[in-house]
Design a protein around this ligand. Sequence first.
Ligand SMILES: Nc1ncnc2c1ncn2[C@@H]1O[C@H](COP(=O)(O)OP(=O)(O)OP(=O)(O)O)[C@@H](O)[C@H]1O
Length: 318
Amino acid sequence: MSLLKIQNLSRSFEDKKAVSQVSITLEKGEILAILGESGSGKTTLLHLIAALKEPDAGAVLLLEDKRITPPSQKLIAGHPDIKLVRQDYGLFPNISIRENIAYELRYYEENYRNKRVDKLLKLSGLDKVQKHLPREVSGGEQQRAVIVKAIAEQPKLLLLDEPFSHLDAVNKRKLKVEILRLIKAEEVSCIFVTHDVSDAYGMADYLAIMRKGKMLQLDAPQKVYQQPLNQYVAEITGEVNIVSHEWLESIGLGTHSVFIRPEQIAVSPESVLKAQILSVKFVGAYHEVLIQIGAQTLKMFSFTPLKTGEEIGIVINT
Ligand SMILES: Nc1ncnc2c1ncn2[C@@H]1O[C@H](COP(=O)(O)OP(=O)(O)OP(=O)(O)O)[C@@H](O)[C@H]1O
C-alpha cells in the first residue's frame, strides 16, 4: 500500500491554472524532488498536499487510501501526519535550539519529550549547539533545526519548500547529507521543491519536473536525466546539446537521441569522426570544451586540457 497517492490534483487562481492534473505516488521513506522555475506551481502543489489550500479537483490520499479532508470541510486547515516547512518558517529567537525542538513536543510527557529531543539532536548532529540561540548557529544549522522540529512528532510526510535556497554551496552540501540521514532514519516520506536540479541529485529517489502547473515527467533522477521527455526537461536537468535527426544521420548515428549530454562525447584518436576545438574553459574539476563538427557546435567535458584549434577524433556514446 502506497503511503501517498495524489490523483489528478488541480487548482486555478482566476483563469490561471497554478496546478493542473498532477498525480504522484510515494512509498514510505521515499524522497521526491519537484523541480521547476519560479511560478511553475510548486508551492501551490505543496499547499494542496498539506491540505492548506482547497483543490478545484482531484484528491490526496494518505496511507490505506484515507482521503485528506480539504480545508473547507474542517475547522483548522492541515493534517497531523503531514508537516510543511515553509521558506520563511523560523525558530523562536530567544530560546535555545534544544528548547525550540522541545516546544514541538510540549504536550507530551516530560520523560518521553527529553528522550525524543536527545535522539533528534544526536541524529541531526545539533547536540553540539543545543544550548545556543538560533542567531548563534549557522544558517545550515538553523535550517536543520527547523526540519528537526517538523519531524519531532513523527509525521508520515514531510514537505519542504526550497529548503536550500538561503544557503551557500558548502552548507548546502552538508545540509543535504544530514537531511538525508534524518529522513531515512525516521522513515518519513519527503517531498521537497527546488529550482536547482543539483539539490535533487544524490538526495531524491524520484524527480518530477513541473512547468506551468503541469508535471512533465516523474521518474528516477537518472532516468529523467538520461531520457528526458522533451527539450525543456533536458535543459532544466543539466547541460545538453540539442541536435537534429538529420545531423545525427549525417554522422551515422540515426537512432541516437537528439539530446546529447556533454559527458556522452569522448576523445577517441582513432575515430573517423573528427572535430575542431573552438574553445577550452577551466571550470574546476574538468574543462568545458566547445567543438565543431561541420556546421554543428557541441559542448563536451574533458579532464585533461585540450588545445584550441586542434583537430581531434571523437565518439558519441549512447
Ligand atoms: N493566492 C494566489 N492568487 C493568485 N495567483 C496565485 C496565488 N498563489 C499562486 N498564484 C499563481 O499561481 C502560479 C504558481 O505559483 P506558485 O507560488 O505555486 O509557484 P512556484 O513554482 O512555487 O514559484 P516560486 O518558485 O516563485 O515560489 C503563479 O503564476 C502564481 O502567480
